[in-house]
Write a protein that binds this ligand. Structure first.
Ligand SMILES: NC(=O)N[C@H]1NC(=O)NC1=O
Ligand SMILES: [Zn+2]
Ligand SMILES: [Zn+2]
Length: 506
Protein backbone atom coordinates (compact mmCIF):
# COMPACT_ATOMS: atom_id res chain seq x y z
CA UNK A 1 0.00 0.00 0.00
CA UNK A 2 2.73 2.45 1.09
CA UNK A 3 4.64 1.47 -1.94
CA UNK A 4 1.69 2.26 -4.24
CA UNK A 5 1.18 5.65 -2.58
CA UNK A 6 4.82 6.51 -3.20
CA UNK A 7 4.39 5.80 -6.86
CA UNK A 8 1.47 8.19 -7.10
CA UNK A 9 2.81 10.96 -4.91
CA UNK A 10 6.35 11.11 -6.21
CA UNK A 11 5.48 12.21 -9.75
CA UNK A 12 3.10 14.79 -8.33
CA UNK A 13 5.80 16.15 -6.04
CA UNK A 14 8.26 16.34 -8.92
CA UNK A 15 5.71 18.21 -11.00
CA UNK A 16 5.04 20.65 -8.17
CA UNK A 17 8.78 21.22 -7.66
CA UNK A 18 9.27 21.99 -11.37
CA UNK A 19 6.38 24.46 -11.29
CA UNK A 20 7.92 26.17 -8.28
CA UNK A 21 11.31 26.33 -9.99
CA UNK A 22 9.81 27.78 -13.16
CA UNK A 23 7.92 30.36 -11.11
CA UNK A 24 11.12 31.30 -9.28
CA UNK A 25 13.17 31.62 -12.48
CA UNK A 26 10.52 33.76 -14.17
CA UNK A 27 10.18 36.04 -11.20
CA UNK A 28 13.87 36.46 -10.65
CA UNK A 29 14.38 37.43 -14.29
CA UNK A 30 11.45 39.82 -13.98
CA UNK A 31 12.98 41.46 -10.94
CA UNK A 32 16.33 41.87 -12.69
CA UNK A 33 14.49 43.53 -15.59
CA UNK A 34 12.92 45.82 -13.00
CA UNK A 35 16.40 46.71 -11.75
CA UNK A 36 17.36 47.85 -15.27
CA UNK A 37 14.58 50.37 -15.61
CA UNK A 38 12.74 52.93 -13.51
CA UNK A 39 9.63 52.24 -15.60
CA UNK A 40 8.00 48.83 -15.05
CA UNK A 41 6.58 48.36 -18.55
CA UNK A 42 7.75 46.48 -21.61
CA UNK A 43 5.18 48.09 -23.88
CA UNK A 44 4.48 51.80 -23.51
CA UNK A 45 4.08 55.12 -25.31
CA UNK A 46 6.08 58.34 -24.96
CA UNK A 47 3.98 61.36 -25.84
CA UNK A 48 5.18 64.93 -26.43
CA UNK A 49 4.53 68.10 -28.41
CA UNK A 50 8.15 68.06 -29.63
CA UNK A 51 9.50 64.77 -30.91
CA UNK A 52 12.63 65.15 -33.03
CA UNK A 53 12.53 62.73 -35.97
CA UNK A 54 14.60 62.67 -39.18
CA UNK A 55 11.48 64.09 -40.90
CA UNK A 56 11.29 67.04 -38.53
CA UNK A 57 9.83 67.91 -35.14
CA UNK A 58 6.37 66.44 -34.61
CA UNK A 59 3.70 66.38 -31.95
CA UNK A 60 2.65 62.83 -31.23
CA UNK A 61 3.63 59.55 -29.64
CA UNK A 62 6.41 56.99 -29.87
CA UNK A 63 5.40 53.41 -29.20
CA UNK A 64 8.05 51.31 -27.50
CA UNK A 65 7.95 47.58 -27.13
CA UNK A 66 10.67 45.33 -25.75
CA UNK A 67 13.38 47.91 -26.23
CA UNK A 68 12.55 48.96 -29.78
CA UNK A 69 10.53 51.70 -31.43
CA UNK A 70 7.44 49.96 -32.73
CA UNK A 71 5.65 52.94 -34.25
CA UNK A 72 5.54 56.73 -34.34
CA UNK A 73 2.12 58.31 -34.48
CA UNK A 74 1.45 61.99 -35.18
CA UNK A 75 -1.02 63.75 -32.92
CA UNK A 76 -3.56 64.20 -35.72
CA UNK A 77 -3.53 60.45 -36.43
CA UNK A 78 -3.66 59.62 -32.77
CA UNK A 79 -7.29 60.58 -32.02
CA UNK A 80 -9.70 57.73 -31.75
CA UNK A 81 -6.99 55.07 -31.86
CA UNK A 82 -6.97 52.54 -29.08
CA UNK A 83 -3.60 52.32 -27.46
CA UNK A 84 -2.34 49.19 -25.81
CA UNK A 85 0.13 49.89 -23.06
CA UNK A 86 1.07 52.56 -20.58
CA UNK A 87 1.37 56.22 -21.69
CA UNK A 88 4.06 58.58 -20.38
CA UNK A 89 3.14 62.15 -21.31
CA UNK A 90 6.09 64.55 -21.42
CA UNK A 91 3.95 67.45 -22.68
CA UNK A 92 6.20 70.29 -23.93
CA UNK A 93 9.52 68.56 -23.12
CA UNK A 94 11.69 67.60 -26.10
CA UNK A 95 11.94 63.94 -27.08
CA UNK A 96 15.16 63.43 -29.00
CA UNK A 97 17.34 60.47 -30.02
CA UNK A 98 19.83 59.73 -27.24
CA UNK A 99 23.23 61.30 -27.79
CA UNK A 100 26.05 59.14 -29.12
CA UNK A 101 29.42 60.27 -27.88
CA UNK A 102 32.04 58.78 -30.19
CA UNK A 103 34.95 60.14 -28.17
CA UNK A 104 35.21 59.54 -24.43
CA UNK A 105 38.04 58.30 -22.22
CA UNK A 106 36.63 56.25 -19.33
CA UNK A 107 40.07 55.04 -18.22
CA UNK A 108 38.90 51.60 -17.11
CA UNK A 109 40.54 49.18 -16.39
CA UNK A 110 43.79 50.41 -14.89
CA UNK A 111 43.04 54.07 -14.21
CA UNK A 112 39.55 53.82 -12.78
CA UNK A 113 40.53 56.43 -10.19
CA UNK A 114 40.56 58.90 -13.11
CA UNK A 115 36.99 57.97 -14.15
CA UNK A 116 35.86 54.37 -14.52
CA UNK A 117 32.87 52.76 -16.25
CA UNK A 118 30.30 53.17 -13.46
CA UNK A 119 30.73 56.90 -12.81
CA UNK A 120 31.39 57.71 -16.48
CA UNK A 121 28.29 55.96 -17.76
CA UNK A 122 26.13 57.33 -14.92
CA UNK A 123 27.24 60.82 -15.98
CA UNK A 124 26.45 59.93 -19.59
CA UNK A 125 22.94 58.76 -18.67
CA UNK A 126 22.32 61.91 -16.63
CA UNK A 127 23.41 63.96 -19.64
CA UNK A 128 21.19 62.21 -22.18
CA UNK A 129 24.00 60.16 -23.75
CA UNK A 130 22.71 56.66 -24.48
CA UNK A 131 25.79 55.28 -26.25
CA UNK A 132 29.42 56.17 -25.95
CA UNK A 133 32.50 54.83 -27.64
CA UNK A 134 35.45 54.48 -25.32
CA UNK A 135 38.91 55.55 -26.47
CA UNK A 136 41.70 52.95 -26.43
CA UNK A 137 44.05 55.04 -24.31
CA UNK A 138 44.26 56.34 -20.74
CA UNK A 139 43.09 52.97 -19.45
CA UNK A 140 45.83 50.47 -18.62
CA UNK A 141 46.61 48.54 -20.65
CA UNK A 142 45.65 50.44 -23.81
CA UNK A 143 43.17 48.63 -26.08
CA UNK A 144 45.60 47.61 -28.80
CA UNK A 145 45.07 43.85 -29.16
CA UNK A 146 42.45 41.15 -28.96
CA UNK A 147 43.57 40.37 -25.38
CA UNK A 148 43.40 43.95 -24.15
CA UNK A 149 39.92 44.36 -25.69
CA UNK A 150 38.86 41.33 -23.65
CA UNK A 151 40.03 43.16 -20.52
CA UNK A 152 37.89 46.15 -21.49
CA UNK A 153 34.82 43.99 -22.01
CA UNK A 154 35.43 42.29 -18.67
CA UNK A 155 35.79 45.63 -16.91
CA UNK A 156 32.55 46.87 -18.47
CA UNK A 157 30.52 43.80 -17.50
CA UNK A 158 27.53 44.81 -15.38
CA UNK A 159 29.20 48.17 -14.67
CA UNK A 160 27.84 50.29 -17.53
CA UNK A 161 24.60 52.29 -17.35
CA UNK A 162 24.52 53.12 -21.07
CA UNK A 163 25.73 51.16 -24.11
CA UNK A 164 29.48 51.28 -24.68
CA UNK A 165 31.48 50.49 -27.80
CA UNK A 166 35.27 50.47 -28.04
CA UNK A 167 37.82 51.92 -30.44
CA UNK A 168 41.08 49.96 -30.76
CA UNK A 169 44.50 51.61 -30.92
CA UNK A 170 46.59 51.76 -34.08
CA UNK A 171 50.10 51.90 -32.62
CA UNK A 172 53.67 51.04 -33.62
CA UNK A 173 53.47 47.45 -32.46
CA UNK A 174 50.42 46.54 -34.58
CA UNK A 175 50.40 48.98 -37.51
CA UNK A 176 52.54 46.76 -39.76
CA UNK A 177 51.07 43.54 -38.40
CA UNK A 178 47.89 42.94 -40.38
CA UNK A 179 47.01 39.73 -38.56
CA UNK A 180 47.22 41.45 -35.16
CA UNK A 181 45.02 44.27 -36.44
CA UNK A 182 42.56 41.78 -37.90
CA UNK A 183 42.41 39.92 -34.59
CA UNK A 184 41.58 43.19 -32.84
CA UNK A 185 38.92 44.02 -35.43
CA UNK A 186 37.50 40.51 -35.33
CA UNK A 187 37.25 40.79 -31.56
CA UNK A 188 34.80 43.66 -32.08
CA UNK A 189 36.36 47.13 -31.93
CA UNK A 190 34.21 49.55 -33.93
CA UNK A 191 37.28 51.01 -35.64
CA UNK A 192 40.79 52.24 -34.80
CA UNK A 193 42.31 55.40 -33.35
CA UNK A 194 45.83 56.79 -33.66
CA UNK A 195 47.88 59.79 -32.64
CA UNK A 196 50.25 61.80 -34.86
CA UNK A 197 51.92 63.41 -31.84
CA UNK A 198 52.85 62.05 -28.39
CA UNK A 199 49.64 60.97 -26.67
CA UNK A 200 50.78 61.65 -23.13
CA UNK A 201 50.38 57.95 -22.36
CA UNK A 202 53.50 55.77 -22.48
CA UNK A 203 51.92 52.60 -23.81
CA UNK A 204 50.18 54.47 -26.63
CA UNK A 205 52.97 55.60 -28.97
CA UNK A 206 52.39 57.92 -31.91
CA UNK A 207 52.14 56.84 -35.53
CA UNK A 208 53.01 58.55 -38.80
CA UNK A 209 51.22 58.58 -42.12
CA UNK A 210 52.80 55.32 -43.30
CA UNK A 211 51.31 53.51 -40.29
CA UNK A 212 48.02 55.22 -41.01
CA UNK A 213 48.12 54.09 -44.63
CA UNK A 214 48.65 50.50 -43.50
CA UNK A 215 45.85 50.75 -40.98
CA UNK A 216 43.45 52.07 -43.59
CA UNK A 217 44.19 49.22 -45.97
CA UNK A 218 43.19 46.71 -43.28
CA UNK A 219 40.15 48.76 -42.21
CA UNK A 220 38.92 48.91 -45.82
CA UNK A 221 38.09 45.21 -45.67
CA UNK A 222 36.05 45.73 -42.49
CA UNK A 223 34.47 49.01 -43.58
CA UNK A 224 35.31 50.55 -40.23
CA UNK A 225 36.85 53.98 -39.64
CA UNK A 226 40.22 55.23 -38.46
CA UNK A 227 40.04 58.15 -36.03
CA UNK A 228 43.09 60.36 -35.84
CA UNK A 229 44.35 62.90 -33.35
CA UNK A 230 45.69 65.29 -35.96
CA UNK A 231 48.59 67.33 -34.61
CA UNK A 232 52.22 66.99 -35.70
CA UNK A 233 54.78 68.61 -33.50
CA UNK A 234 56.57 71.44 -35.34
CA UNK A 235 59.72 72.45 -33.59
CA UNK A 236 58.93 76.09 -33.92
CA UNK A 237 61.00 78.68 -32.08
CA UNK A 238 57.99 79.66 -30.02
CA UNK A 239 57.57 76.10 -28.87
CA UNK A 240 61.20 75.74 -27.77
CA UNK A 241 61.17 79.09 -26.05
CA UNK A 242 58.15 78.13 -23.98
CA UNK A 243 59.62 74.78 -23.02
CA UNK A 244 62.77 76.64 -21.98
CA UNK A 245 60.86 78.33 -19.25
CA UNK A 246 61.54 81.80 -20.63
CA UNK A 247 57.77 82.37 -20.85
CA UNK A 248 55.40 82.13 -17.96
CA UNK A 249 54.06 78.59 -17.74
CA UNK A 250 51.10 79.85 -15.74
CA UNK A 251 49.73 82.04 -18.46
CA UNK A 252 47.36 80.44 -20.96
CA UNK A 253 48.88 82.32 -23.87
CA UNK A 254 52.18 80.52 -23.24
CA UNK A 255 50.48 77.16 -23.56
CA UNK A 256 48.58 78.32 -26.64
CA UNK A 257 51.85 79.25 -28.33
CA UNK A 258 53.26 75.76 -27.74
CA UNK A 259 50.61 74.17 -29.98
CA UNK A 260 49.95 76.56 -32.87
CA UNK A 261 47.40 75.84 -35.64
CA UNK A 262 50.32 74.80 -37.85
CA UNK A 263 50.50 71.53 -35.87
CA UNK A 264 46.96 70.65 -36.89
CA UNK A 265 47.53 71.87 -40.42
CA UNK A 266 50.67 69.75 -40.85
CA UNK A 267 48.90 66.61 -39.68
CA UNK A 268 45.82 67.19 -41.79
CA UNK A 269 47.95 67.93 -44.86
CA UNK A 270 49.51 64.47 -44.50
CA UNK A 271 46.14 62.85 -43.82
CA UNK A 272 44.42 64.26 -46.89
CA UNK A 273 47.28 62.95 -49.01
CA UNK A 274 46.48 59.49 -47.65
CA UNK A 275 42.67 59.76 -47.89
CA UNK A 276 42.88 60.17 -51.67
CA UNK A 277 43.11 56.38 -51.64
CA UNK A 278 39.68 56.14 -50.01
CA UNK A 279 38.05 57.43 -53.21
CA UNK A 280 36.31 54.93 -55.41
CA UNK A 281 38.93 52.87 -57.21
CA UNK A 282 41.60 53.84 -54.64
CA UNK A 283 43.75 51.36 -52.71
CA UNK A 284 41.89 52.03 -49.45
CA UNK A 285 38.41 52.20 -50.93
CA UNK A 286 35.92 51.16 -48.25
CA UNK A 287 37.90 52.70 -45.41
CA UNK A 288 37.11 56.01 -43.79
CA UNK A 289 39.15 58.59 -41.94
CA UNK A 290 37.72 60.70 -39.15
CA UNK A 291 39.59 63.66 -37.67
CA UNK A 292 38.88 64.05 -33.97
CA UNK A 293 38.53 67.30 -32.04
CA UNK A 294 39.34 69.89 -34.71
CA UNK A 295 40.27 73.22 -33.15
CA UNK A 296 41.85 75.15 -36.05
CA UNK A 297 39.06 76.57 -38.17
CA UNK A 298 41.39 78.13 -40.76
CA UNK A 299 43.86 76.27 -43.00
CA UNK A 300 43.12 72.86 -41.44
CA UNK A 301 39.45 73.19 -42.18
CA UNK A 302 40.15 74.32 -45.76
CA UNK A 303 42.19 71.16 -46.36
CA UNK A 304 39.32 69.00 -45.07
CA UNK A 305 36.80 70.83 -47.27
CA UNK A 306 38.97 70.27 -50.35
CA UNK A 307 39.34 66.57 -49.55
CA UNK A 308 35.59 66.20 -49.14
CA UNK A 309 34.98 67.99 -52.41
CA UNK A 310 37.40 65.63 -54.11
CA UNK A 311 35.37 62.63 -52.92
CA UNK A 312 37.59 61.43 -50.06
CA UNK A 313 35.87 59.41 -47.37
CA UNK A 314 36.64 61.80 -44.55
CA UNK A 315 34.70 63.37 -41.67
CA UNK A 316 35.59 65.68 -38.82
CA UNK A 317 34.32 66.39 -35.33
CA UNK A 318 34.80 69.28 -32.96
CA UNK A 319 33.98 69.43 -29.25
CA UNK A 320 31.76 71.67 -27.12
CA UNK A 321 34.76 73.25 -25.38
CA UNK A 322 36.04 74.70 -28.65
CA UNK A 323 32.58 76.14 -29.28
CA UNK A 324 31.97 77.44 -25.77
CA UNK A 325 35.26 78.98 -24.73
CA UNK A 326 37.92 81.22 -26.23
CA UNK A 327 41.55 81.76 -25.28
CA UNK A 328 40.96 85.39 -24.27
CA UNK A 329 38.67 84.30 -21.44
CA UNK A 330 40.92 81.69 -19.89
CA UNK A 331 42.48 82.96 -16.71
CA UNK A 332 46.12 82.41 -15.97
CA UNK A 333 46.61 79.29 -13.88
CA UNK A 334 43.19 77.84 -14.71
CA UNK A 335 44.40 74.50 -16.00
CA UNK A 336 40.85 73.10 -16.13
CA UNK A 337 40.89 74.54 -19.66
CA UNK A 338 44.03 72.77 -20.80
CA UNK A 339 43.42 70.40 -23.68
CA UNK A 340 45.04 69.45 -26.96
CA UNK A 341 44.69 70.88 -29.51
CA UNK A 342 44.21 74.03 -27.44
CA UNK A 343 41.17 76.29 -27.23
CA UNK A 344 42.05 79.15 -29.60
CA UNK A 345 40.89 82.77 -29.91
CA UNK A 346 37.33 84.07 -30.27
CA UNK A 347 37.64 84.61 -34.02
CA UNK A 348 38.61 80.95 -34.42
CA UNK A 349 35.59 79.93 -32.36
CA UNK A 350 33.24 81.99 -34.55
CA UNK A 351 34.60 80.22 -37.63
CA UNK A 352 34.14 76.83 -36.00
CA UNK A 353 30.47 77.60 -35.41
CA UNK A 354 30.12 78.78 -38.98
CA UNK A 355 31.68 75.58 -40.30
CA UNK A 356 29.44 73.46 -38.10
CA UNK A 357 26.30 75.29 -39.18
CA UNK A 358 27.31 75.06 -42.83
CA UNK A 359 27.94 71.33 -42.57
CA UNK A 360 31.71 71.34 -43.03
CA UNK A 361 32.13 69.94 -39.51
CA UNK A 362 30.11 66.75 -39.39
CA UNK A 363 29.53 66.03 -35.73
CA UNK A 364 30.33 66.73 -32.11
CA UNK A 365 31.94 64.63 -29.41
CA UNK A 366 32.89 65.28 -25.80
CA UNK A 367 36.56 64.18 -25.70
CA UNK A 368 35.83 63.76 -22.01
CA UNK A 369 39.38 63.14 -20.80
CA UNK A 370 39.59 63.40 -17.03
CA UNK A 371 42.36 62.64 -14.57
CA UNK A 372 42.77 62.95 -10.82
CA UNK A 373 42.73 66.57 -9.53
CA UNK A 374 46.39 66.28 -8.41
CA UNK A 375 47.54 65.82 -12.01
CA UNK A 376 45.45 68.75 -13.23
CA UNK A 377 47.68 70.89 -10.95
CA UNK A 378 44.81 73.17 -10.02
CA UNK A 379 46.78 74.78 -7.16
CA UNK A 380 50.05 75.19 -9.00
CA UNK A 381 48.43 76.32 -12.28
CA UNK A 382 51.33 75.30 -14.50
CA UNK A 383 49.86 74.91 -17.99
CA UNK A 384 52.89 73.16 -19.40
CA UNK A 385 52.89 70.39 -16.79
CA UNK A 386 49.16 69.90 -16.09
CA UNK A 387 47.21 67.00 -17.60
CA UNK A 388 45.59 68.01 -20.89
CA UNK A 389 41.93 67.03 -21.07
CA UNK A 390 38.48 68.51 -20.50
CA UNK A 391 35.84 66.96 -18.25
CA UNK A 392 32.41 67.46 -19.73
CA UNK A 393 30.57 64.18 -20.22
CA UNK A 394 27.37 65.07 -18.39
CA UNK A 395 27.08 68.58 -19.82
CA UNK A 396 27.52 68.31 -23.58
CA UNK A 397 23.83 68.63 -24.47
CA UNK A 398 23.09 71.77 -22.41
CA UNK A 399 26.47 73.25 -23.41
CA UNK A 400 25.84 72.82 -27.14
CA UNK A 401 22.32 74.16 -26.71
CA UNK A 402 23.23 77.11 -24.46
CA UNK A 403 26.21 78.34 -26.44
CA UNK A 404 24.38 77.60 -29.69
CA UNK A 405 21.48 79.95 -28.90
CA UNK A 406 23.38 82.86 -30.36
CA UNK A 407 23.70 81.00 -33.65
CA UNK A 408 20.09 79.86 -33.82
CA UNK A 409 20.90 76.17 -33.36
CA UNK A 410 17.83 73.97 -33.90
CA UNK A 411 16.73 70.72 -32.29
CA UNK A 412 17.15 68.97 -35.64
CA UNK A 413 20.76 70.14 -35.83
CA UNK A 414 21.45 68.82 -32.33
CA UNK A 415 20.08 65.43 -33.36
CA UNK A 416 22.21 65.44 -36.50
CA UNK A 417 25.47 66.41 -34.75
CA UNK A 418 25.00 64.32 -31.63
CA UNK A 419 23.08 61.27 -32.80
CA UNK A 420 22.56 60.64 -36.49
CA UNK A 421 26.07 61.25 -37.81
CA UNK A 422 27.89 59.72 -34.80
CA UNK A 423 25.74 56.58 -35.21
CA UNK A 424 26.86 56.32 -38.82
CA UNK A 425 30.54 56.76 -37.89
CA UNK A 426 30.28 54.02 -35.27
CA UNK A 427 28.38 51.69 -37.64
CA UNK A 428 25.25 51.65 -35.47
CA UNK A 429 22.38 51.27 -37.91
CA UNK A 430 19.70 50.82 -35.25
CA UNK A 431 20.73 53.90 -33.31
CA UNK A 432 20.90 57.64 -33.84
CA UNK A 433 17.33 58.47 -34.82
CA UNK A 434 13.77 58.19 -33.56
CA UNK A 435 12.56 55.90 -36.32
CA UNK A 436 10.42 52.77 -36.47
CA UNK A 437 12.51 49.64 -35.92
CA UNK A 438 15.35 51.46 -34.17
CA UNK A 439 16.44 50.78 -30.61
CA UNK A 440 14.55 52.95 -28.12
CA UNK A 441 17.53 55.15 -27.13
CA UNK A 442 15.88 58.42 -26.18
CA UNK A 443 16.55 61.58 -24.17
CA UNK A 444 13.77 63.76 -22.77
CA UNK A 445 14.86 67.29 -21.91
CA UNK A 446 13.62 70.80 -21.22
CA UNK A 447 15.54 73.32 -23.34
CA UNK A 448 14.33 76.34 -21.38
CA UNK A 449 15.14 75.21 -17.86
CA UNK A 450 18.27 76.94 -16.56
CA UNK A 451 20.59 75.68 -13.87
CA UNK A 452 23.78 76.74 -12.14
CA UNK A 453 26.66 74.31 -12.09
CA UNK A 454 27.50 75.09 -8.49
CA UNK A 455 28.79 72.81 -5.75
CA UNK A 456 25.26 71.57 -5.00
CA UNK A 457 24.63 70.39 -8.54
CA UNK A 458 24.61 66.58 -8.81
CA UNK A 459 27.54 65.73 -11.06
CA UNK A 460 28.12 62.04 -11.65
CA UNK A 461 31.54 61.94 -13.26
CA UNK A 462 34.26 61.31 -10.75
CA UNK A 463 36.06 64.64 -10.45
CA UNK A 464 33.73 67.62 -10.96
CA UNK A 465 36.33 70.06 -9.57
CA UNK A 466 38.51 69.69 -12.68
CA UNK A 467 35.67 70.53 -15.09
CA UNK A 468 35.90 73.87 -16.89
CA UNK A 469 32.10 74.07 -16.87
CA UNK A 470 31.72 74.22 -13.11
CA UNK A 471 30.64 77.69 -12.09
CA UNK A 472 28.78 78.37 -15.33
CA UNK A 473 25.04 78.66 -15.93
CA UNK A 474 23.48 76.46 -18.59
CA UNK A 475 20.09 75.91 -20.06
CA UNK A 476 18.64 72.54 -21.06
CA UNK A 477 17.79 70.13 -18.26
CA UNK A 478 17.71 66.40 -18.92
CA UNK A 479 14.58 64.86 -17.43
CA UNK A 480 14.87 61.25 -18.49
CA UNK A 481 17.07 58.91 -20.50
CA UNK A 482 15.99 55.63 -22.07
CA UNK A 483 18.50 53.03 -23.27
CA UNK A 484 16.98 50.17 -25.30
CA UNK A 485 13.63 51.06 -23.75
CA UNK A 486 14.95 50.97 -20.19
CA UNK A 487 14.41 54.18 -18.25
CA UNK A 488 17.99 54.35 -16.95
CA UNK A 489 17.82 57.88 -15.55
CA UNK A 490 15.01 60.03 -14.26
CA UNK A 491 15.31 63.38 -12.50
CA UNK A 492 18.42 62.74 -10.44
CA UNK A 493 17.93 59.01 -10.06
CA UNK A 494 19.54 56.09 -11.90
CA UNK A 495 18.07 52.62 -12.38
CA UNK A 496 19.52 50.32 -9.70
CA UNK A 497 21.29 47.92 -12.07
CA UNK A 498 23.85 48.75 -14.75
CA UNK A 499 22.18 47.23 -17.81
CA UNK A 500 24.08 48.95 -20.62
CA UNK A 501 25.39 46.61 -23.29
CA UNK A 502 28.96 46.38 -24.63
CA UNK A 503 28.67 47.02 -28.36
CA UNK A 504 30.91 44.82 -30.45
CA UNK A 505 31.25 45.00 -34.22
CA UNK A 506 30.62 41.81 -36.12
N1 LIG B 1 45.52 61.19 -23.71
C1 LIG B 1 44.44 62.00 -23.88
O1 LIG B 1 43.35 61.72 -23.41
N2 LIG B 1 44.61 63.12 -24.57
C2 LIG B 1 43.50 63.94 -24.85
N3 LIG B 1 43.39 65.06 -24.00
C3 LIG B 1 43.30 66.16 -24.74
O2 LIG B 1 43.13 67.29 -24.30
N4 LIG B 1 43.46 65.89 -26.03
C4 LIG B 1 43.65 64.58 -26.15
O3 LIG B 1 43.89 64.01 -27.17
ZN1 LIG C 1 43.12 63.52 -28.97
ZN1 LIG D 1 40.57 62.09 -26.71
Amino acid sequence: MDYMLQWRVLPLLTLLASFLLLFYIQNSSKSSQKECSLLPYQHYWITSKRIVTPQGVISGSVEIKEGKILSIVKEEDWQGKSKVGHIVDYEEAVVMPGLIDVHAHLDDPGRAEWEGFPSGTKAAAAGGITTLVDMPLNSFPSTVSQETLKLKIKAAKERIYVDVGFWGGLVLENAFNASALEALLNAGVLGLKSFMCPSGINDFPMTNSSHIKEGLSVLAKYRRPLLVHAEIQQDSEIHLEAKDGSDDAHSYSTYLKTRPPSWEEAAIRELVAVTKETRSGGLAEGSHLHIVHLSDSSSSLELIKEAKNGGDSITVETCPHYLAFSAEEIHDGDTRFKCAPPIRDAANKEKLWEALLEGHIDMLSSDHSPTVPELKLLDDGNFLRAWGGISSLQFVLPVTWSYGQKYGVTLEQLALWWSERPAKLAGQELKGAIATGNLADIVIWEPDVEFDLNDDYPVYFKHPSISAYMGTKLSGRVLATFVRGNLVYKEGKHAPAACGVPILAR
